[in-house]
Write a protein that binds this ligand. Structure first.
Ligand code: KIV
Ligand code: ZN
Length: 505
């Protein structure tokens, strides 16, 4: 089997998803998990775009050792490449990824340059990046809509200048599988020095074809796929990592290609990214959606009971989805919790373990049976958290069919306590109004979702919210056996993110 390199761009293109807001620590957490997942390259960010992005890429380059290549994105400009290098230079295996438009529409309208000028800039900037690192990737942006003859020229020139990976982006998600496969094959046949570089593809999902286009590309000679966890990314997103990886694995006989991905880390990575970005995974999403392994039809259930392969092409355990296990209860101690968390793949320090244990005890008082999913929610809540500028101290809600929903709320900020009451269309609306009065932020609620972490009636409820303040969009998450409390915590968590990012009222 030949190897396909998996280039993960969740932290760069994925972070360009509307509403995905990650702080530096969260980006590092995701990078660590991507390394455990076994991706070959992590595109950690676009350092020129902000000082936070720069710091995140630098931190990831410093911390992630002994595994993937750490890559930073840069336009084909010296300032971008300089800044990118300053961030990635700490990595054991650094890569600079530089790009420039290649379609006539983008060259003409956006760059207002000629093809000849673009070719010269691209070649110069690849040589410039090459002074810093030996591993340079070049992307002719919007390649799927570019003139193939121009692509052959610019690719040949950039390989001559030292590019070791040539990435062919379908920037606007316009191409279709057969056409894209032909483009890749034609590039390989028409660029004389192509054997000196790895051919990569980067597909967007505007027509829902990103996975198919990427798979068609590898059938035609591409050897690197750029993708994101849960298919996050600009607009309709990018090729979803879990989909291409599982297609190559499940249909190994057909493709004859493999990856270095640790399949049983897929589900955990998907959950972590969803939790930290605040972007839920749609239930019917292939591989990692909640319904991906549930069989509703009686005929299917009957078949599965007799022989799972009748209707199941992937075993849930393959992607690390364990069958729900009753794990711990009220009487379990700190040690039992610790060993179980290790089994689940969480390595907590003493302080984190203490926090998780306190929360576990509180939950065990309310909920008889604690499942893996509950523990995962606790860890995600308590560990991957940001400082609490505003902390929920007390909440009382009265509501009913004949009552005006009213919330009384007390919030702690530093050492001071603030109290407010408000009425609303429903209890959550009343709570959010009272919180707005205390925090003073002028917030628009863009999205609210509630789901149960496990299936029992006393399950933990998980609330995800997305809020807008001015032009900033952030997300928040809260969990509790009381969904009203979870709603308040999710909203406060989002406001705390605004504070943490230094966004004032
Ligand atoms: O979609 C795109 O063209 C990109 C490039 C920067 C590779 O994200
Ligand atoms: Zn992209």
């Amino acid at each position: 089997m030949e190897r396909i390199y998996i280039f993960d761009t969740t932290l760069r293109d994925g972070e360009q998803s509307p509403g995905a807001s990650l702080n530096i620590e969260e980006k590092l957490e995701i990078a660590k998990q991507l390394a455990r997942l076994g991706v070959d390259i992590i595109e950690a960010g676009f350092p020129i775009t902000s000082s936070d992005d720069f710091k995140a890429v630098r931190l990831i380059a410093k911390e992630i050792k002994g595994g993937p290549i750490i890559c930073g994105l840069a336009r084909a400009k010296k300032v971008d490449i300089d800044r990118c290098y300053q961030a990635i230079k700490y990595a054991e295996k650094p890569r600079i990824h530089t790009f420039i438009p290649s379609s006539d529409v983008q060259i003409g309208y956006q760059l207002q340059k000629s093809r000849e000028e673009v070719l010269e800039i691209a070649q110069d900037m690849v040589s410039y990046a090459k002074q810093y690192v030996s591993d340079v990737e070049f992307s002719p942006m919007d390649a799927a809509r570019a003139d193939p003859h121009f692509l052959y020229q610019i690719i040949e020139a950039c390989i001559e200048a030292g590019a070791t990976t040539i990435n062919i982006p379908d920037t606007v998600g316009y191409t279709t599988p057969l056409e894209f496969g032909d483009l890749i094959r034609n590039i390989i046949e028409n660029v004389p020095n192509i054997n000196k570089a790895v051919v990569s593809v980067h597909c967007h999902n505007d027509l829902g074809l990103a996975t198919s286009n990427s798979l068609s590309a590898v059938l035609n000679g591409a050897r690197q796929i750029e993708c994101t966890i849960n298919g996050l990314g600009e607009r309709a997103g990018n090729t979803s990592l879990e989909e291409v990886v599982m297609a190559l694995y499940t249909r190994g006989n057909y493709f004859g290609l493999n990856t270095g991905i640790k399949l049983d880390e897929i589900y955990k990575t998907s959950r972590l990214v969803s939790t930290l970005t605040g972007i839920p995974v749609q239930p019917n999403k292939a591989i990692v959606g909640e319904n991906a392994f549930s069989h509703e039809s009686g005929i299917h259930q009957n078949g599965i009971l007799k022989e799972s392969t009748t209707y199941e092409i992937i075993r849930p355990e393959t992607i690390g989805l364990k069958s729900r296990r009753l794990v711990l209860g009220k009487h379990s101690g700190r040690h039992a919790l610790h060993s179980h968390l290790i089994e689940l793949g969480y390595e907590l320090d003493d302080n984190q373990l203490n926090k998780a244990f306190r929360r576990f005890k509180k939950l065990a008082d309310k909920k008889k049976e604690i499942f893996d999913e509950d523990l995962e929610a606790i860890v995600e809540d308590e560990i991957y958290t940001i400082p609490e500028a505003f902390h929920l101290d007390y909440l009382h809600v009265s509501t009913g069919t004949q009552a005006i929903p009213t919330a009384t709320i007390r919030i702690k900020k530093e050492k001071r306590i603030f109290q407010e009451a408000a009425t609303g269309n429903g209890p959550v609306d009343a709570i959010y109004k009272a919180i707005d009065r205390i925090t003073g932020y002028n917030i628009e609620l863009l999205d609210y979702s509630l789901k149960a972490v496990t299936r029992d009636k006393d399950a933990l409820g998980e609330v995800l919210v997305k809020i807008r303040h001015g032009d900033k969009i952030v997300s928040g998450r809260g969990t509790s056996t009381d969904v009203i409390e979870a709603s308040a915590n999710a909203y406060l968590n989002a406001i705390n993110r605004l504070v943490y990012k230094g966004i004032g009222k």
